[in-house]
Design a protein around this ligand. Structure first.
Ligand code: NAD
Length: 476
């Protein structure tokens, strides 16, 4: 049992009714337990954030930047423990756990820099009308609730926490019940740095805790990352109170491979886009669109590359892909294998759970998948790649855009003019050309259509936690 809620600068036991098991997915066994926060504890966390807000928003930008750099440094000092915990609780291969940690560190450092630039953004506004002056002031939105999923716990929380604290907001963070230990690090760091009590609060729990937070009338904003079904509930809570909400939701992204590509390079990109984090990425490029002229050469190599991936326990083996992170996710992916069999899809690789302990599935490839198949249209959130062929550029664009989601896409072509043209025509929030899943803290993150509302990262991520105020003065 771990003490797991950080409220008003103190670690407290959960008083909720749910007991949360923290599992090692490679073994399918629990290694820790904690009690969820009660609704009353969510109230206390929001109240603590509200109480801390006036003083925190008065801190100078450079003071807040110093705290953020402290977070980055302290994450680095906990390096090995955080990598091991992500391997153990998420099932991430070591190199992916390292990338996540480095991403979180870069995020805190980046928003420290942006915090320092905030005072210069306040400026005079020239008016055409005589007799008045006007100036802008960027102010923190206030108390924000942050609800995150389990697939990139360190990173997703950093993408919200760092800009919120930089802006001068106080926060209540609710991590996923699947990975509740990782974000406790942020509370421990807050303790180490002497962050004022109540600026950062962490409450753990399942849906009940999340709903108590997202519906709380003490919040000024909610930022949510997770599934579309929960996202729409969160949006309903926000709409009941006419409160701003940022939603980072699901995806069913395309990777478009033109026939002028180097086959081996394209295979590498395709495999990475579906096997990193065992495909449990909102940005997984799970719909492969391959041009007729390269399909015959590419598909057998892709099949071999997927079959050759080393799948296993990242804590005891050198692996390319670990298990799925939860039993629920494993059952969900298995249900899509059953649907694929019912639909009679042609399976070139995988298509089954692995016959061993833990929540493992094989990297999977279905080809010539009908455009109305559930496997082509729904987010599976596992290493399941579906392929279709196309003849022309226009057809590739139309097929890629034919989705209710619009998070990301990858375009692979030796013809850079064409690649740029296709990137411009894709209705998504982020396009990679001849690269895969390259996320930089300076670029924006977020999607169009059903993939969400708002943007994280870059200056856009910070502006989500800022409110613009104008002060207009009559000179007469
Ligand atoms: P989820 O929606 O089940 O849970 C997300 C969070 O919401 C968890 O903390 C959960 O406890 C909480 N929650 C559950 N019910 C709630 C309720 N009724 N009210 C408020 N909060 C509630 O999602 P998940 O399974 O943890 O994560 C996978 C999903 O997240 C996928 O759809 C994936 O695409 C999406 N995702 C999106 C991005 C992005 O940037 N767009 C990034 C990562 C994950």
């Amino acid at each position: 049992m771990t003490t797991s809620h950080y409220i008003a600068g103190r670690w407290v036991e959960g008083q909720g009714s749910d007991c949360i098991s923290v599992n090692d997915p490679a073994l399918g066994l629990p290694f820790a337990e904690l009690m969820a926060a009660s609704v009353a504890q969510v109230d206390q966390a929001v109240a603590a954030a509200r109480e801390a807000l006036p003083a925190w928003k008065q801190t100078s930008a450079s003071q807040r930047a110093a705290y953020l750099r402290g977070f980055a440094e302290q994450l680095g000092q906990r390096r090995e423990a955080l990598i091991t915990l992500q391997m153990r609780n998420n099932g991430k291969p070591r190199h992916e756990a390292e990338i996540d940690l480095d991403d979180a560190i870069a995020t805190f450092n980046y928003y420290a820099d942006l915090a320092e630039q905030l005072p210069q953004k306040n400026c005079d506004v020239p008016l055409a009308a005589p007799g008045f002056t006007a100036r802008t002031r960027l102010e923190p939105v206030g108390v924000v609730g942050l609800i995150v999923p389990w697939n990139f716990p360190l990173v997703t929380s950093a993408w919200k926490l760092a800009p919120a604290l930089a802006a001068g907001c106080t926060v209540v963070l609710k991590p996923s019940e699947v990975t509740p230990l990782i974000e406790q690090t942020y509370g421990q760091i807050a303790d180490t740095l002497g962050l004022p009590a109540g600026v950062l609060n962490i409450v753990n729990g399942k849906a009940e805790t999340g709903a108590a937070l997202s519906g709380h009338n003490g919040l000024d904003k909610l930022s949510f990352t997770g599934s579309n079904s929960v996202g729409s509930q969160v949006m309903r809570s926000a709409s009941a109170q006419c409160r701003p909400v940022t939603l980072e939701l699901g995806g069913k992204s395309a990777i478009v491979v033109f026939d002028d590509c180097d086959v081996e390079q394209a295979v590498e990109w395709i495999v990475a886009g579906i096997s990193w984090n065992a495909g449990q990425m909102c940005s997984a490029t799970s719909r492969l669109l391959v041009q007729d002229g390269i399909a015959e050469a590419l598909l057998p190599r892709l099949q071999a590359a997927l079959e050759n991936l080393r799948v296993g326990n990242p804590l005891s083996e050198e692996v390319d892909m670990g298990p799925l992170t939860s039993q629920a996710q494993w059952l969900k992916v298995a249900s899509y294998f059953a649907t694929a069999r019912e639909e009679g899809l042609q399976c070139l690789a995988g298509g089954k759970a692995l016959d061993r302990d833990g929540w493992f599935v094989s990297p999977t490839l279905y080809v010539d998948v009908p455009a109305d198949s559930r496997l082509w249209t729904e987010e599976i959130f596992g290493p399941v790649l579906c392929a279709r062929r196309f003849a022309t550029e226009a057809q590739a664009i139309a097929e890629a855009n034919d989705s209710r989601f619009g998070l990301v896409a990858t375009v692979c072509s030796a013809d850079l003019e064409r690649a740029e043209r296709v990137a411009d025509a894709l209705d998504v929030g982020h396009v990679w050309i001849n690269s895969v899943q390259a996320v930089f803290v300076e670029t924006s993150w977020g999607g169009t259509k059903g993939s969400g509302i708002g943007r994280e990262l870059g200056p856009w991520g910070l502006s989500g936690y800022l409110s613009v105020k104008h002060v207009t003065r009559c000179l007469g």
